[in-house]
Design a protein around this ligand. Structure first.
Ligand code: FAD
Ligand code: NAI
Length: 478
């Protein structure tokens, strides 16, 4: 069997892998990318978790369900009334699938444009020598052997499941089933009040499901700034009716033709039972190296299953990198993309770098939650002296005219240098607002730098400026 050799072999075409492949090809390297994914129609597809069953389909359904809720509850404020509003789940799912297809076809286009060879199948590492790493690809046809002078592992992650609770993606779902429920369940149970639980719980609640979320931790959204978590709790529970139970311990989960029964104990130790028609298990994700054959090249994983890398995504082997969800750090698409670029640039002899201090987080609920940098509780715990400025959207003309006057921006800056240490946004469009704060922090800006920058009026961005002004207690409109 002829061996095909490349400057770079990338395993996995999620956001970390496909971006690494594109960047390496842009830099003049010959690149192969191995990807095994097949979509629901059995067709090979690029884009990994993010495009196929993650970021993109979830945002498509969030948008559809938000539109429905807006017609139902918010348009009347504008003097618009609609009679007999209906929705069609099958059509929403078809739209979501079309959005996904457009995105995955887009990556195919990028591969053709950059002359990246796509090998369709499961990659297995078979050995390593002076010439590089050997990779066997098992696809639909004859197995193929590749030789990569450099290797980038970007094999991503899989949903974590509960022990003894099989996921069939019909009654008991992980993210894949939760994005494809054929009808709105009357009672939807969710285990895990993290990002997926809140986003997908919101989708099905907006469409009419009665949603109960069971969370092990005692504190809601513990990674968020406490002020934001408090505001979000009120919005999700009191205003929107999500029933979120904190501090629970899950016991037996039983499935029958009628539905799913979850026995659990509450924080007071009292035995309780939740009966629902469908259950989503969203308790985190685990790095994926199944069947990869790491040991064939002398690599292993740490106790949690991650491939060990340094701050530049180098493994202990020269010319072997690992990026994205399969390595430490937040499991976010944009974090993986930055790492993919870094690895490709280092391979090409450049000085690739990722600033892990300025990776934004966004939760696409309604309102959205976005942040970058430190929370107030982290600064307190570290004993850092800080100043803070907060400004509400209720004092912003653009937000009021949109009907999005709830939420705020909170800025934390160093008490001595005024350098921005963290920015926290809770608002309908927080995902777009946070970009300015990320850029400011990337440039080591002081809060005064942003406060003295002219922002268009009327725009939501004025709230960012006012919160920055608030650090020196000189917001104009409050
Ligand atoms: P993946 O996207 O998991 O891709 C890895 C790829 O490698 C897969 O395609 C897999 O088939 C392939 N592969 C694995 N092993 C092999 C092998 N041996 N041979 C060949 N191919 C292999 N992140 C955000 O930043 N924003 C969001 O809004 C967001 N929403 C999400 C919503 C949901 C429901 C989920 C589940 C995740 C979401 N994420 C979001 C997280 C995001 O999807 C991941 O962080 C991202 O996909 C990780 O990229 P990756 O390239 O490391 O891995
Ligand atoms: P998560 O880590 O965000 O939340 C999991 C939650 O489940 C946690 O609150 C955890 O305490 C809880 N939990 C764990 N075990 C439990 C148990 N036995 N019983 C009850 N609760 C339990 O993970 P999630 O929501 O599954 O998402 C996985 C990852 O995907 C996220 O961490 C994130 O990296 C990524 N993602 C990102 C999105 C975004 O950027 N908007 C959207 C969706 C996912």
């Amino acid at each position: 069997m002829a061996v095909k050799d490349f400057d770079v072999v990338v395993i996995g075409a999620g956001p970390a892998g496909y971006v690494a492949a594109v960047r390496a090809a842009q830099l003049g390297l010959s690149v192969a990318c191995v990807e095994k994914w097949k979509n629901a129609r059995g067709e090979p597809a690029l884009g990994g978790t993010c495009l196929n069953v993650g970021c993109i389909p979830s945002k498509a359904l969030l948008e559809s369900s938000e539109n429905y809720e807006a017609v139902l509850h918010h348009f009347a404020d504008h003097g618009i009334t609609a009679k007999s509003v209906e929705f069609d789940v099958a059509k929403m799912l078809a739209r979501k699938d079309a959005v996904v297809a457009k995105n995955t076809k887009g990556i195919e286009f990028l591969f053709r444009k950059n002359k990246i060879a796509w090998f369709k199948g499961q990659a297995r590492l078979t050995g390593r020598g002076d010439a590089g790493v050997s990779v066997e690809v098992a696809g639909d046809g004859e197995p193929e052997t590749l030789l990569g002078r450099n290797l980038i592992i970007a094999t991503g992650s899989n949903a974590r499941h509960l022990p003894n609770v099989p996921v069939d993606n019909v009654m008991v779902c992980d993210n894949e089933g939760a994005l494809a429920l054929p009808a709105v369940p009357r009672r939807l149970g969710v285990i895990g009040a993290g990002v997926i639980g809140l986003e997908l719980g919101s989708v099905w609640r907006r469409l009419g499901a009665q949603v109960t979320i069971l969370e092990a931790l005692p504190d809601f959204l513990a990674a968020c700034d406490e002020a934001v978590a408090k505001e979000a709790w009120k919005a999700f529970t009191k205003d929107q009716g999500l029933d979120i139970r904190m501090g629970v311990k899950i016991g037996t989960v039983a499935q029958s033709a009628k539905g799913v029964t979850i026995d659990f104990t509450g924080p007071d130790g009292k035995a309780e039972r939740l009966e629902c028609d469908r259950l989503i298990v969203s308790i985190g994700r685990v790095p994926n190296t199944t069947g990869l054959g790491l040991d064939a090249i002398g690599l292993s994983t740490d106790a949690r299953g991650f491939i060990e890398v340094d701050g530049h995504c180098r493994t202990k082997l020269p010319n072997v990198f690992a990026v994205g969800d399969v390595v430490r750090g937040p499991m976010l698409a944009h974090k993986g993309e930055e790492e993919g670029v870094m690895a490709a640039e280092i391979i090409a002899g450049q000085k690739g770098h990722v600033n892990y201090d300025t990776i934004p987080w966004v939760i696409y609920t309604s309102p959205e939650i976005a942040w970058v940098g430190k929370t107030e509780q982290q600064l307190k715990a570290a004993g850092t002296a800080y100043k803070s400025g907060t400004f509400p959207y209720s004092a912003n003309g653009r937000a009021l005219s949109q009907g999005t006057g709830s939420g705020f921006v909170k800025v934390l800056a160093d008490a001595t240098t005024d350098r921005i240490l963290g920015v926290h946004v809770i608002h309908a469009h927080a995902s777009e607002q946070i970009a300015e704060a990320v850029l400011a922090m990337e440039f080591f800006a002081a809060s005064e730098d942003v406060a003295r920058t002219c922002h268009a009026h009327p725009s939501l961005s004025e709230v960012m400026k006012e919160a920055m002004l608030g650090v020196e207690k000189r917001s104009i409109h409050m």
